[in-house]
Design a binder for this molecule. Structure first.
Ligand SMILES: *Cc1c(COP(=O)(O)O)cnc(C)c1O
Length: 372
């Protein structure tokens, strides 16, 4: 059994992907070829935003978004410690300072009241913005977060690396913050065959800044440089691959939700005293990048993961160590105990196989292994 089965998806569209790659090899516009613009307009339409700007990775999308927002110097940016390192890494890369706020114990996303407490403890004006993460594909609580941000004049950047395709009240999550960033890393809900990413925004000025930043801060002309930027372009070949993969994507979001629902059905009895299953608030649609459950404690998690491994069922831990306890962020001065919800989760969480093509048989086996 596979944790994420990319081959099952490829079998459905292999011929069309080959054809798309062939077209790129024939026209030869490997950098910023026509497929890049085509992908941007299709995904902007799907996300329901005015502007989509593609780039080289999800990390570059976050970095470019912060650069477009003018982050640097002594700025403080609030974010969650229970995420992939890239979310906070880009803050430090720009010389700014991550300020962590603990997560909600039900959704595992940043907790709006923790954000408010952070703001209250900091000198007025020091905090510039908030990076919310849609962890495992579930949108953050944007309505509460946007309200706090508006009250204090902060920007909100959504780290939608795991959540492209997710919704709240029929609105795509990546259309909710001021700007959002997704990743096309192969294992993400919409992945390419290499690295890729994209920013989404309704703000025309931000979009113009992003287009400039991704090409070394170009102005009207490529050798006219208006600002410091990066080499952050998406390869034409990856855009071509994404165009074909996107043709399956809306259906795959439905399939992922069916898989998640089946897990809920099959695991409901086990869940009573042994496991906590993921919660999806009303009106939310998750993109189900991961299906993550909580064991009773670290020892119980090890027992369950070993039992699954014996049956050749792969699992993974996202994330075993919250960011405030990582050596890379030691200089921020946080200590064990600072974010109890994140620390508790890191000890108990693990993820089960999740992809659109996981079938009932496989899920029965997984449930059975967890039951005995
Ligand atoms: C994957 C991921 C990223 C980084 O994306 P890359 O494309 O690998 O650079 C950032 N944030 C989160 C939450 C992610 O899961």
């Amino acid at each position: 059994m596979r944790f994420i089965d990319l081959a099952a998806q490829q079998r459905r569209i292999r011929d069309r992907i080959d054809q798309r790659i062939k077209t790129v090899l024939e026209h030869g516009q490997y950098i910023m070829g026509p497929e890049v613009g085509e992908l941007e307009s299709i995904l902007a339409g799907y996300a329901g935003v005015n502007h989509a700007v593609s780039c080289g990775s999800g990390t570059d999308a976050l970095l470019m978004a912060l650069m477009a927002l003018g982050v640097g110097g002594d700025d403080m940016i609030i974010t969650t410690p229970f995420t992939f390192i890239a979310t906070a890494e880009v803050i430090s890369l720009l010389g700014a300072r991550p300020v962590f706020a603990d997560i909600d114990p039900k959704t595992y996303n940043i907790c709006p009241s923790s954000i408010s407490q952070c703001i209250d403890k900091t000198p007025p004006g020091a905090i510039k913005g908030i990076i919310a993460v849609d962890l495992f594909g579930l949108p953050a609580d944007y309505s509460a977060i946007m309200a706090i941000a508006a009250e204090h004049g902060l920007f909100v950047l959504g780290d939608a690396a795991q959540s492209f395709g997710s919704e709240v009240n029929y609105q795509k999550a990546c259309a909710m913050p001021d700007i959002s960033a997704t990743s096309f890393f192969p294992a993400k809900p919409l992945g390419c065959y290499g690295d890729g990413g994209m920013c989404f925004s309704n703000d025309t000025q931000l979009a113009e800044a992003l287009r400039s930043i991704r090409a070394h801060g170009k102005g009207q002309h490529k050798y006219e440089n208006d600002r410091i930027g990066i080499n952050g372009r998406l390869d034409t070949i990856q855009a071509a691959i994404l165009l074909e993969k996107f043709s399956l994507f809306p259906e795959e979001i439905i399939l992922r939700n069916q898989v998640a629902k089946r897990y809920g059905d099959y695991l409901s009895d086990t869940a009573k005293d042994n496991l906590v299953l993921p919660t999806v608030p009303d009106d939310y649609v998750s993109a189900w990048a991961q299906y993550s459950v909580l064991a009773r404690d670290a020892a119980n998690r090890q027992i369950l993961m070993d039992r699954l491994k014996e049956k050749d069922i792969p699992t993974a831990i996202y994330y075993p160590k919250p960011l405030h306890l990582q050596k890379a962020f030691a200089s921020l001065g946080y200590r064990k105990g600072d974010f109890p919800v994140s620390e508790d989760l890191a000890n108990r969480i693990f993820s089960l196989p999740m992809h659109p093509y996981l079938d009932e048989n496989e899920q029965e086996q997984i449930a059975e292994a967890l039951r005995t």
